[in-house]
Write a protein that binds this ligand. Sequence first.
Ligand code: ATP
Ligand code: MG
Length: 255
Amino acid sequence: MAKILICGRGGSGKSTLTTMLAHHLAEKGKVLVVDADESNLGLGKMLGLSPPAQTLMDTLGGRKVVGEKLMAAIKSKGTEEVKIFSEDFGFSELPPESTIWAGEAGLIQIGKIEHSKEGCACPMGALAREFLNKLKNNEKEWVIVDTEAGVEHFGRGVLEGTDAVLMVIDPSHEAVILAEKAAKLAEEAGKSFAVVLNKVDEKTEPRLKKMLEKMNIDIAGVLPYSPAIAEANLAGEPLNVEPLRQELRNILNHI
Ligand SMILES: Nc1ncnc2c1ncn2[C@@H]1O[C@H](COP(=O)(O)OP(=O)(O)OP(=O)(O)O)[C@@H](O)[C@H]1O
Ligand SMILES: [Mg+2]
């Protein structure tokens, strides 16, 4: 099945949507959540999974090793197309040190910023792109990629190995202008692009829809503001997907 990249501005609800899609899809088949956000740490908790012992970056020898391969690629080919994995791999070949499964849902973290002055996040971006390019999932396996806020992952080509981009839009001007930019970047990369409105109410939903329709942006679904979601997050409790199941189905059918 599809590899879906979730993007959006800071705090729009990317990790929340990732979590809800993962819980929903885990009842249909296997779903691997790829945490490609090098800063935030809360996705495991949201998913109800303890983060794996290591990040993928650590399993591969650490930032220095991946960074050196990246520098070598830039020097020899002038691109960031680093070769880290020699062959394609499936879910069953994921490194156990950096992958955790609970039932049909799994989590892998690409890499996290661990030290002050450790440098830019380029090695994480290059690793995420190469990982998603080489990961092959079958028709009963889904991949959901949660990303860092903004559009840096577009610049790094993280979306290359994915099939579709879903952008989470909260009711804000910044989200609307970012959507226009992200739609163009996804088109340039030849990826299908749609947005999910999140945290909307009866006033903001029609207004936001109108703005996005004017820009010809495809709307895959709408998730209303839900005090239950906000409270569960604050308490560190699992999200209840039940009330949103139909909307999640609509979103998946749409893409
Ligand atoms: N539909 C919703 N209703 C109410 N609160 C929501 C909803 N969606 C997300 N939230 C809350 O908004 C906050 C940010 O959500 P989340 O962490 O999913 O955003 P994010 O885009 O992943 O943020 P970041 O850019 O920091 O990674 C959380 O407190 C979450 O519980
Ligand atoms: Mg997040």
